[in-house]
Design a protein around this ligand. Sequence first.
Ligand SMILES: *Cc1c(COP(=O)(O)O)cnc(C)c1O
Length: 367
Amino acid sequence: MKWRTQITDLEAYVPGKTIDEVKKQFGLDSIVKLASNENPFGYSPKVDEVLKNFHASFTLYPDGYATRLREEMAAFLGVSEKQLIFANGTDELIQIVSRSLLEPGKNTVMAAPTFSQYRHNAVIEGAEVREVPLKGGRHDLDAMLEQIDENTAIVWICSPNNPTGTYTTEKELTAFLDRVPEEVLVFLDEAYGEYVVADDYYDSLQLFRKYSNLIVSRTFSKIYGLASFRVGYGIANEAVIRGLEPVRPPFNTNVLGQMAAMAAIKDQDFIRECREKNRRGLQQFYDFCGRAGLFYYPSQTNFILIDFKCDSDKVFQFLLRHGYIVRSGKPLGFPTSVRVTVGTEEQNNGVIQKMGAFLKELPSVLQ
Ligand SMILES: *Cc1c(COP(=O)(O)O)cnc(C)c1O
């Protein structure tokens, strides 16, 4: 086969362990998955209502333009329908944007560590990847700016950032956008934007009007609790959307996902409640880290990165044996930390108790 040279060393995405796999492996009855930042409170009951009463045909192709969802979202966000693009999750939007702008001879600037898919897609397109280390767990926008040159096509900003949970402030972001050349696309990933409570977080719906090179990405996979439906979307000025649309696969969002997303957006009470419960959940982890003397980054998301100052796989394996799936920091660029999704109060207490047990056993665990 005549594979692209740039993909010969590329690894396939390794998903977290499934609940069934872990049950079988350790003979456990109940498993709590706190690994992929899904919403522990599920999704709005309004989604079930709509899906139960759904009677359209599965034989026909879905509306590839997602017209009804588009109308609802445009009204909800206060943007025009032409300022939106829908995708099979943010993952696909990242792919569409990369495919539209990157190629050999071009480069793209991103933080490190950050969400893995920016780099992954850039490598597939054969573009040069310029990674700028986080500073204190946060994007170093000044250093990122220095990496931009005439061949830079995209700059990626993940705010709040996965896996650190840290965010970029309005002041930092606007100072950055003021200095980025207009012909460089800035991709602002707000997968966790709905979780943010910080006062100095920006309003991206205002920013994209001022900066014509800004695209904001959001998803129904995280706080909306609909990861399995694969619906994400981008907000940008019409010219950017027009440029991306030909690269979007024609039927990329499916009929059930469109319906579910439409129902979910109408229940903002549910979203508010989840955001508030999440803050209380984070506090449980902060309290634990305080008691145990563990370092963590204050989080604006529904996950927390905790430094155990030892091989993160050991913590991961210990928690797994006790029925909790978390994410080892090793493949995420933090080899002594684990990333834990904030769960329900009970789930949090459970995993915190096991983390405490791990710390007690630490000397023997490390052997
Ligand atoms: C989970 C996640 C995504 C992926 O979202 P999908 O819409 O499910 O593809 C995108 N960006 C970040 C930072 C994430 O953590």
